[in-house]
Design a protein around this ligand. Structure first.
Ligand SMILES: Nc1nc2c(ncn2[C@@H]2O[C@H](COP(=O)(O)OP(=O)(O)OP(=O)(O)O)[C@@H](O)[C@H]2O)c(=O)[nH]1
Ligand SMILES: [Mg+2]
Length: 610
């Protein structure tokens, strides 16, 4: 075996918000890949609009820096559990990883998940304790907890012997011992050069595994991955081996390698490097591209199964076709299936109804990001309540279960355990720190988590952090009854007015402002009682010719509660839908007229009796 000492390939992995992308910023800035006058800002790698808005990484991305003549290929990954498919997808390109741990929070559920994946792939980890500039940082304790995590997960003794670097990604500094004063990020680069094994290479005909895809209008599809064997140059003849076993011959277009935020055209690239190649029209993630001399497929990338599903349907609201460019079944179906090319942990399935597709993902956020992306591309459609994906094993109904960890204040324990009890959660651990802070761990079916986040934030008044991690499948725990109140449902089509909304506010909370167009069956608020009620929010005050002292005073409305897309998805019940268009997010009953809904209830009662 030979090695390439001029390259290192690393993935940056961690729990959400522990500072991965900020650390990549620091490495990019120090390695001077920008012009001196170039304004690059922060979280440079989070280039997607939604990534910037939400301040989270959604897609794994490649970059590279050169340090002391060695090219370090860096793969930034998302930390949110819903995007863990991305981590699984890309870590096979790396030989080592930086496992970031926040110096206050310490290892969290996703730290454990990603470390397990990295150790399974035999990546050499470097532990990076980050945010050491923060005031209450507890570096020694966090290091101890990280060591415990390695003890739990390591599969061989040498994995326990990991180097540690202490960083402040925001300040762009790293030190090898806590307490030292940092000057720049050099100690981290030195550690990477010393501890991450250089890529092993095999000589022979070209072979690469496609781990990512990109698209540029004038270049077409771009296949990104690591070269495992041989070399590649523009115009080379290659074969692409796809999942169904088919083999297609192509000529390579351009060969590109990474540097900073750019991809550079090169005359040749060799084993060990991470490259992007063009010219392969039908390539997919997981395919092997190889020389026709030795067309051997590498093992395909395996990504964990989805746990949550939602129906996506053609918009059937009375307002359909008004606010979007794409609204037909054919367009919706094509867009969903196209998503599968890059979104590896997603699944799409046709259903008995030609207008409805079942979309399965790793969590509510995973699906919500897809929905938001599509509405920005000018699609309209309707989605149903997310549900946990059950399966039947040996004739037994099984459902996904997760661990839920909560860090909050003591005073909320009662309210939380009561809420979670109804959602079939079992308390498995509880630790107090003696200063009114409590750490709780629960075992909970995925279905019990759906719609929980909103309730959690309200119950803890924002003073809590919750995290979940997928555990596995268990026998079905039984149904959970909805705990939500009924809806205020518009009884007529028209334009909502202050007078009508004021009446509605007598019943509960409202979601819309005056002048909002509504249709019959649209949900305009939350009732203070458990059943739905129909209400006419378009009703004007009766004109009389008697002037009274009070009747002409303008109604003062409480500002509406506006639900975001994620809140809307969280909010709806099984008999309801979210209508998504580029301009609006509306909530509606599946059955729009009150007569239909009453008939539905009575037929349900009859079937229970029968
Ligand atoms: N004080 C301090 N804040 C930091 C440091 N590193 C990152 N942060 C902050 O932590 C927040 C999250 O940083 P990101 O770099 O987006 O974290 P991430 O790990 O990439 O997050 P995801 O990709 O969404 O998982 C940002 O507000 C950063 O400014 C640090 O060293 N010190
Ligand atoms: Mg990030």
């Amino acid at each position: 075996m030979n090695y390439r000492s001029d390259i290192r390939n690393i993935a940056i992995i961690a729990h959400v918000d522990h500072g991965k992308t900020t650390l990549v910023d620091a490495m990019l800035k120090q390695s001077r890949v920008f012009r001196d006058n170039q304004k690059v800002g922060e979280l440079i790698m989070d280039q997607g609009d939604l990534e910037r808005e939400k301040g989270i990484t959604i897609m794994a991305k490649n970059t590279a820096v050169v340090y002391r003549g060695v090219k370090i290929n860096i793969i930034d990954t998302p930390g949110h559990a819903d995007f863990s498919g991305e981590v699984e997808r890309v870590i096979s390109m790396a030989d080592g990883c930086l496992l970031l741990v926040d110096s206050i929070e310490g290892p969290m559920p996703q730290t454990k998940f990603v470390l397990r994946k990295a150790l399974e792939k035999s990546l050499r980890p470097i532990v990076v304790i980050n945010k050491i500039d923060r005031q209450n940082s507890r570096i020694a304790e966090v290091l101890k907890l990280t060591e415990d995590l390695f003890l739990e997960l390591a599969t061989s003794a040498d994995q326990l012997d990991f180097p540690v670097v202490y960083t402040s990604a925001t300040e762009g500094t790293a030190v090898s011992e806590p307490g030292m004063k940092g000057k720049d990020i050099t100690p981290l680069f030195e550690c990477i050069l010393e501890k991450v094994p250089p890529p092993q290479i095999e000589s022979g005909p070209f072979q690469m595994l496609v781990s990512n895809l990109d698209y540029e209008s004038h270049k077409g599809k771009i296949a990104i991955g690591r070269i495992w064997r041989g070399k590649v140059a523009p115009h080379d003849q290659v074969v692409n081996m796809s999942a169904d076993g088919s083999i297609t011959l192509y000529a390579i277009g351009e060969v590109l390698t990474y540097l900073g935020l750019k991809r550079l055209e090169v005359a040749e690239a060799e084993a060990g490097d991470i490259v992007a190649v063009t010219g392969l029209e039908k390539v997919s993630i997981g395919d092997t591209i190889a020389s026709p001399e030795r067309p051997e497929a590498l093992p395909r990338i395996e990504v964990g199964e989805p746990t949550v599903e939602m129906a996506f349907g053609v918009n059937t609201s009375p307002f359909a076709g008004r606010e979007a460019y794409f609204s037909t079944t054919r367009q919706l179906r094509a867009r969903l299936y196209k998503e599968l090319e890059t979104n590896l942990s997603l699944r799409v399935q046709d259903t008995d109804s030609p207008d409805t597709f079942l979309v399965k993902g790793r969590g509510e956020l995973h699906l919500a990001i897809l929905i938001e992306t599509m509405r920005r591309e000018s699609y309209e459609f309707e989605v149903s309540k997310p549900e946990a994906i059950t399966k039947v094993v040996d004739g037994k109904l099984m459902e996904p279960v997760e661990t839920l960890t909560i860090d909050t204040r003591d005073e909320y324990i009662g309210a939380l355990t009561e809420m979670l009890g109804k959602r079939q959660a079992q308390l498995t651990d509880m630790r107090n720190d003696g200063h009114d802070n409590v750490h709780l761990e629960f075992h909970i079916p995925t279905k019990g988590l759906i719609g929980f986040r909103g309730a959690f934030l309200t119950a803890t008044r924002g003073e809590g952090i919750m995290n979940t991690a997928f555990l596995g499948y268990e026998a079905w725990h039984g149904d959970i009854a909805s705990t939500r109140n009924g809806a205020l449902v518009a009884s007529e089509q028209g334009i909502a007015v202050a007078y009508g909304l004021n009446n509605a506010q007598g019943r509960g909370l409202t979601f819309i402002e005056p002048s909002t167009p509504v249709y019959e069956g649209m949900m305009v608020g939350l009732n203070s009682r458990s059943q739905d009620i129909a209400i006419n929010v378009c009703k004007e005050k009766k004109k009389t010719n008697v002037r009274s002292s009070t009747s002409d005073i303008a109604v003062k409305l409480t500002p509406p509660v506006k639900l975001s897309l994620e809140q809307a998805i969280d909010f709806i019940n099984k008999d309801e839908l979210v209508e998504v268009t580029p301009e609006n997010i509306r909530l509606r009953k599946k059955l729009l007229t009150q007569a239909q809904r009453l008939r539905d209830i009575s037929s349900a009662r009859r079937s229970i009796k029968a």
